[in-house]
Ligand binder design. Structure first.
Ligand code: SF4
Length: 377
């Protein structure tokens, strides 16, 4: 088992762009849901055979849990398997939760990596996103986390906001670098269904930033971060001094992982499993029967499509030797690959095909060219 993911489905408020699974009305059943997650961990102990490399608390907002609640979940994991040496144990946190007390609690519990959702250093943009912190809190959170003793800190940023100017985006990046993070995840704002943002766009209250400007922000970021010693090892992820996110890298490399909690996904090398995205049904059903999840066995062609989609986004690209496990790259795929090489969207090395900087803007399209849609491929 490469990693265990725990989905904490609670948030203080609803960010305008977010379509993750979470609830803002959870206090009455919070305890019951955490106990159900502990129960799910116990029920799945036979899946943990090889020891655990990484544990990732995501959400939602895991930093809303108190020390006892986080401790209970960690204890349940310790009961079902051995944690391998030098594990990566990450907690996703919101800046306003990073009090000195909580930071010390998290260290005491064994978390050794924080992923802090900063998103922006512009108060107007933070308000527009309905984030529950301001720029001052964002800066303080990172500084206090470092002072408390966290050695590995990742920060999240968002670009491509409707009115975000190039210079403001560069300013955000400069402010992030001034905090000396070890890792940066930077995502382009997308309009997801059933969010406030999507209704603003539908009613014309908000006009999304043009693709060209979003692409320019992406290119500016790639150049700026490279100049400052950050390696882009995945399209949206940048690491300093080799501080790759081990947990997410394992997803991209197709390793096994177990997802616990409402809406969490799992992959055991063959089967994909996903838990229901309903907090109350989840905690009532765990342990009673099997209705808290669904699963499907991935066909070889689905496994290939997933391999292409995830690996292409990384600096490791589509490894030619690994492609042999799926029967190798076929004639149709070679035609597309040759075209993308000619258009400077792909780069070929002895072992692999990787996206060029320009190609990273078209990653999904290039991946879908290589998808296998029927057995004849
Ligand atoms: S972005 Fe994070 S904090 Fe905001 S609603 Fe989504 S999960 Fe919650």
């Amino acid at each position: 088992m490469a990693g265990i993911y725990l989905h904490i489905p609670f948030c203080k408020q609803r960010c305008s762009y977010c379509d993750f699974h979470f609830s803002t009305q959870y206090t009455t059943y919070k305890q019951a849901l955490i106990l159900a997650m502990c129960n799910e961990i116990q029920l799945r102990k036979t899946e943990v055979i090889e020891g655990i490399d990484t544990i990732y608390f995501g959400g939602g907002t895991p930093s809303l849990l108190n020390k006892e609640e986080l401790g209970l979940l960690l204890e349940s994991i310790h009961k079902i398997g051995t944690i391998n040496t030098q594990p990566e144990i990450t907690l996703e946190v919101n800046p306003e939760d990073c009090t000195k007390q909580k930071l010390n609690d998290w260290l005491e519990l064994g978390f050794n990596r924080l992923s802090i959702g900063l998103q922006s250093f512009m108060d107007a943009d933070l308000q527009w996103m309905n984030r529950s912190h301001d720029a001052k809190q964002a800066i303080k959170a990172v500084k206090d986390a470092r002072k408390a003793g966290f050695k590995t800190i990742s920060v999240d940023l968002i670009y491509g906001l409707p009115n975000l100017k190039q210079k403001d985006w560069l300013d955000n990046l400069k402010k992030a670098l001034a905090l000396s993070p070890d890792h940066i995840s930077a995502y382009c704002l997308t309009v997801e269904a059933k969010t406030s943002l999507s209704s603003w766009v539908k009613t014309g209250q908000v006009i999304p930033l043009e693709d060209e400007l979003q692409n320019q922000q992406f290119n500016d970021m790639v150049l700026f971060l490279a100049k400052n010693g950050f390696e882009q090892y995945e399209i949206s992820n940048f690491a300093k001094n080799g501080n790759y996110a081990k947990h997410n890298t394992a997803y991209w490399q197709g390793k096994k992982y177990m997802g616990i909690g409402p809406s969490a996904h799992s992959f055991d090398g063959e089967k994909r499993r996903w838990n229901i995205s309903n907090n109350i049904a989840y905690y009532k059903n765990v342990g009673l029967n099997e209705t808290w999840y669904k699963e499907e066995v991935l066909s070889i062609q689905e496994q290939w499509n997933e391999f292409v989609l995830t690996n292409l986004r990384t600096k490791w690209g589509i490894n030619k030797e690994k492609a042999l496990l799926f029967g190798g790259i076929n004639k149709n795929e070679l035609v597309f690959i040759t075209k993308h090489l000619k258009n400077d969207l792909l780069i070929e090395t002895d072992e692999t095909f990787i996206l060029s900087t320009k190609g990273k803007l078209y990653a999904d399209g290039i991946a879908s060219d290589l998808f296998r849609v029927n057995q004849l491929n």
